[in-house]
Write a protein of this length. Structure first.
Length: 183
């Protein structure tokens, strides 16, 4: 056996199968139970809202049509959540309203992403426009530590009117009141 044959390793055994970064992220996400629960809830709400049109066709009800003779009807086979003060079906109106809310959330997220990308590009190019200076400072403000941001400064503003004991009490109150807040 020569030296070249001893060092030769089959190609399949020399490396493990590569796993894509997206698959790794998905596996990590699946281990995070609150995130999976939130995703399942969001998907259920989206499916419920998208089912408004088929349900409308199935029941033969227009969510905007008024029927003053069936005002405040209790839940029934025709109106699963009952009717409102104008005789309109509550379930269909909730589902259509959910569609609008989901679209507003989607467009707000996309607009925030676009504006964030634009601000990031302007900050990185050395452009001296207002977005280049202002938005990174807002981002820095957002990512500061809560205790640094809120713990010392409110009491420091009260320094002329409070003694040392008063400033200590003010700091304690600020920390206690903001301990469970998320910024």
């Amino acid at each position: 056996m020569s030296a070249g044959e001893a060092t030769a390793v089959p190609a399949a055994a020399s490396f493990e199968a590569a796993v894509s970064p997206w698959r790794l992220r998905w596996r990590r996400f699946l281990r995070h139970r609150p995130g999976v629960l939130a995703l399942a809830t969001l998907l259920a709400l989206v499916l419920l809202c998208l089912a408004a049109t088929p349900l409308q066709a199935l029941l033969g009800i227009d969510p905007d049509a008024t029927d003053l003779l069936s005002r405040y009807d209790p839940p029934s086979a025709a109106h699963w959540l009952g009717t409102d003060d104008a005789g309109r079906d509550e379930l269909l109106r909730l589902m259509v309203g959910g569609q609008i809310s989901l679209l507003v959330g989607l467009f707000a997220t996309l607009a925030g992403d676009v504006m964030g990308q634009h601000a990031e590009q302007r900050a990185g190019t050395g452009d001296d426009g207002p977005g280049a200076r202002g938005l990174p400072r807002v981002d820095d403000f957002h990512h500061r530590d809560r205790s640094e941001l809120l713990g010392r400064r409110p009491a420091a503003r009260l320094r002329p009117t409070l003694g040392a004991l008063g400033r200590t009490c003010a700091n304690c109150l600020v920390h206690k009141s903001l301990a469970n807040c998320s910024i």
